[in-house]
Design a protein around this ligand. Structure first.
Ligand code: ZN
Length: 80
């Protein structure tokens, strides 16, 4: 019986945990009609027009500023 209780508790914790993750998810997509992208360095959302676009490892990544682009590039270099 104790094991069953443990499983139920675990399931409840999992559900609550999952729900809290879903809540944290960023507001998707649109910002004043333009597509918003998340700056992976500082977490700010930028529109395609305002963003500094970096082409890194074949991907287009959007940054709020050149500083963030440089920081991201440094991180990549350190990783590899
Ligand atoms: Zn930034």
């Amino acid at each position: 019986m104790k094991l069953l209780l443990f499983i139920v508790m675990g399931y409840l914790v999992y559900k609550i945990f999952k729900r809290s993750i879903e809540k944290v998810e960023p507001p998707s997509g649109k910002l004043e009609g333009a597509v918003a992208h998340k700056d992976p360095v500082c977490g700010v959302y930028v529109t395609e027009e305002d963003a500094v676009v970096g082409r890194l490892e074949g991907e287009r990544i959007y940054f709020c500023s050149r500083d963030c682009l440089e920081k991201y590039r440094e991180r990549l270099e350190k990783k590899s």
